[in-house]
Design a protein around this ligand. Sequence first.
Ligand code: KIV
Ligand code: ZN
Length: 514
Amino acid sequence: MTDKIIIFDTTLRDGEQSPGASMNVDEKLRIAQQLERLQVDVIEAGFPIASPGDFAAVKGVAAKIKNCSVAGLCRASFKDIDRAWEALSQACDPRLHIFIATSPIHMQHKLNMTPDQVLERAVEAVKYGANKTSNIEWSAEDAGRTDMDFLCRIVEAVIAAGAKTINIPDTVGYTLPDEFGERINMLMNRVSNIDQATISVHCHNDLGLAVANSLSAINNGARQVECTINGLGERAGNASLEEVVMSLRTRRDLMPYKCSVDTREIINASRLVANITGIEVQLNKAIVGANAFAHEAGIHQDGVLKEAATYEIMTPESVGLSANRIVLGKHSGRHAFRDRLATLGYHLTDDELNRAFKRFKDLADKKQDLFDADLAALVEDEVIRATEYFKLLRIHVASGTQDTPVAAVEMEIRGEHVQGAGWGTGTVDAAFKSIAAIVPEAQGVTLDLYRVEAITGGTDAQAKVVVRLTKEENTYQGLGAHNDVVEASARAYVNALNRLVQIGNKLGKKQKGV
Ligand code: KIV
Ligand code: ZN
């Protein structure tokens, strides 16, 4: 049995199923390229039949990525498989990922099918896919709650039909580590042709056990783990890639497996995903949280200064963390700026670099100390934005302890110069109202989340604002960064409205994956 653990990243598919995490094609491409630098083995790029946007993203990722296998998700239906195969046509190593639910509760209430019908459908679909490629993954949705005899029977049948990877998802995050490991062990012992396939696991984190369950599965014979950057994913998320990979690396003594991930790219991947989705990781999140390597207690600080290993089981450098020091100043040149961005995982075109560099110079004039986080926020705000149907040109606000806050805004709306005004309970509220007064798409939108964060210390810190809007059950996230908090807020709001138009156009009737 091989000792290599295949890392299958599903940030772009299951991760995107996190509320508010919808990404456009360009954003998905950026993340895919970072996953390639991270050296994951498989990138699940989307669910092609779900929407034209998903199709375009899978197609784009498949065409661009040359060092990882690219997977497209499909239900056990010929139409889904054809669509996924079309999207994957340019991939260097395409994988069809076919799933069907196998637990009694899903088969009865969701599919309205008997176990035998499900088995027959699964076999038919795998055979159909196997006519196109030998790289077939088959998933038993809700395997964690599937009857074990049936699971063994259906797994044996789909392997005979041509599946090369058998994925065992704990779709609802229900199992406990020993129990889940035992399921894998049973499959290893009871499925007669199991040696012809690789067992994969896909654990959700509803009880906070997704990583523990994945590691337990490895100890029992699984050789592929499905996971996401920052543990993003449906509901409580999926097993976090960084936690799985760093557990394997740090506890090689107990888990002597090989894994191709370049762990020094973890922080860049985490920041990129957080910045693009607007879903920040909690401060104390393992591996990538801001406090993961911070030592607060004096006794710990003292120990770490004498010998880092006293309180650090892994080094910050091993995950790509450099001290958050002052990186550039107003005299820094374009070359140093480009280099620093590349170290942070941003590889910009000349035009993007010019725009970002101009913003950097403006910021450096106003703010003395610039940190990596400042640069990342600036690039995300200036460069990595949705197509700009609406552009904020100018905003002016006025308020005082006795005055009603008012705002006046100038915008370019689909190429036309338009002015608006509004008043509100505070300056941000007034700014949003002045924008909503002139952007037709803002009608019928609700503001679900408004979050503002100072990127660094000091009153001259840049503010990073995340705005989440809902329209007709779809959510859209917007990001803005600026050293004026009202301008950052307005930029985030306009960004969310642009994404609403851009992604909304593509959503059509998007069907949720699972
Ligand atoms: O959670 C799940 O069961 C899934 C499958 C489609 C693999 O995401
Ligand atoms: Zn899932």
